[in-house]
Design a binder for this molecule. Structure first.
Ligand code: NAI
Length: 331
């Protein structure tokens, strides 16, 4: 049995994490959940968006599944997601983006994997006011962080039989910072001659992804571009409700859906549990439980392919509870 920290999350978080727990139990997945709270849930229960006990549990178990957390825009506490990534040094944000059977989208046959550097860039949080009418944010890029995310991308390519890694940048403008990111990626590429390496400017990539997304394989990006293209890529395969994600470091991993707390549908039993479930499946693979992972993925894909018992975001009229029950029936 693997002990895993579960942070149900805010908004739709409790509904979709309950769905994952029910499906794991039905599949006999060898996981024991240790439930802790963060975000608004942490404030409500412990007066702290990231309670000590939550952090201690993740550090002890080294693996966590996390529902979405509320982040206040422009004020309030710092993003817990960013704090967790930096505190635990989860430097690699891994997002597989794959067309799913039965999920309607404008494209078919998409199978992209995004490696986003997770600890620095403009997300380092170095920001200050300059007088009353200006503000400044510092973009930090280091060779160490750039090399290790590039290494993670090439290692993944080698392990999964992938053919190509494309580095994403804007080094024509940010010659020093993005230039260093590129130089680091090139250095790692020279040690991996079997994998094709190329580079693309981020604005051009956005156009190419809309025109010819099936041509890309692994995308390697600094934090901010990685964040933006991740959502763009989610849109290519049917939206935020079906894309999983993981934050991985040497000492552990936190798995989470790419979407947020969806306040517009929270509490209405209308949220699509697929993205958190696919993140939980990635977690099982990370834990070496590939059998349970494959069973759950197949059950979900069967329900999606039939398209009869899916939530409104996928064009259906099922509730979260009904879609969960349908997945369990397929197991
Ligand atoms: P959002 O992802 O919560 O919602 C965007 C749209 O997608 C909404 O219409 C929502 O109903 C829909 N949606 C999202 N997930 C869905 C699901 N599983 N099933 C069906 N529909 C779904 O993004 P938004 O509105 O920008 O952010 C809301 C809150 O979530 C904010 O406080 C934000 O900071 C936070 N957030 C947290 C993240 C995390 O914890 N990883 C990631 C992104 C946002």
């Amino acid at each position: 049995m693997h002990k895993v920290t579960l942070i149900p999350g805010d908004g739709i978080g409790p509904e979709i994490s309950a769905a994952v727990r029910d499906i794991f139990a039905a599949a006999g997945a060898p996981v024991v959940w240790e439930v802790h709270h963060a975000g608004q849930g942490g404030i409500d229960r412990h007066g702290d968006p990231l309670p000590e006990a939550t952090l201690a549990s993740i550090m002890g178990n080294r693996v966590a599944l996390k529902g979405p957390l509320t982040t206040q825009v422009g004020e309030g506490y710092r993003s817990i997601n960013v704090t967790l990534r930096q505190t635990l040094d989860l430097y690699c944000n891994l997002r597989p983006v794959k067309s799913l059977p039965g999920v309607r989208s404008r494209y078919e046959g998409i199978d992209l994997v995004i490696f986003r550097e997770n600890t620095e860039d403009l997300y380092a949080g170095v920001e200050h006011r300059v007088g009353r009418h200006a503000a400044e944010a510092v973009k930090i890029i280091t060779k160490e962080a750039s090399v290790r995310i590039a290494q993670a991308a090439f290692d993944y390519a080698a392990r999964h039989g992938r053919k190509r890694v494309t580095a994403v940048h804007k080094a024509n403008i940010m010659k020093l910072s993005d230039g260093l990111f590129l130089a680091s990626a090139r250095e790692v590429a020279t040690f991996n001659p079997d994998i094709r390496y190329d580079e693309v400017i981020v604005d051009n990539l956005c156009m190419q992804l809309v025109l010819r997304p099936e041509e890309y394989d692994i995308l390697l990006a600094p934090n901010l571009y990685g964040d933006i293209i991740s959502d763009l890529c989610a849109g290519l395969v049917g939206g935020l409700g079906v894309v999983p994600g993981a934050n991985i470091g040497e000492g552990g991993a936190v798995f989470e859906a790419v979407h947020g707390t969806a306040p517009d549908i929270a509490g209405k039993d209308a949220a699509n549990p697929a993205a958190l479930l696919l993140s939980a499946v990635m977690m099982l693979e990370y834990l070496g439980e590939s059998g349970a992972a494959a069973r759950i993925r197949a059950a979900l894909e069967a329900v999606l392919a039939e398209g009869r018992t899916v939530t409104p975001d996928l064009g259906g009229s099922a509730t979260t509870t009904e879609m969960t029950a349908a997945i369990i029936r397929k197991l």
